[in-house]
Design a binder for this molecule. Sequence first.
Ligand SMILES: [Zn+2]
Length: 93
Amino acid sequence: MKYPRTVNRYCPNCRKHTKHIVSVYKKGKERAMNHGRRRVERKKKGYGSFPKEIFHKNAKINKRTLPVLECSECKKKHYAKSYRVKKFEIQEV
Ligand SMILES: [Zn+2]
């Protein structure tokens, strides 16, 4: 799917329609000592099998792509509608 690089969208901070610059959301680096990581590390201690099941029966082929819109006036970011598509390109129009 093709998505334009700039879109005119409503900005809740400016409370009007402004020009937004589109980029794709990327997951940030996970902290090594977050709560879930600490819990898994505690469970993995000692004897026994791996505490969490490993998921194999994956029915969905494509991951969701989330476009991030950055307001060109206040520089705040908000999210647009996400899509499950094979290919997501940002394109100059
Ligand atoms: Zn704004």
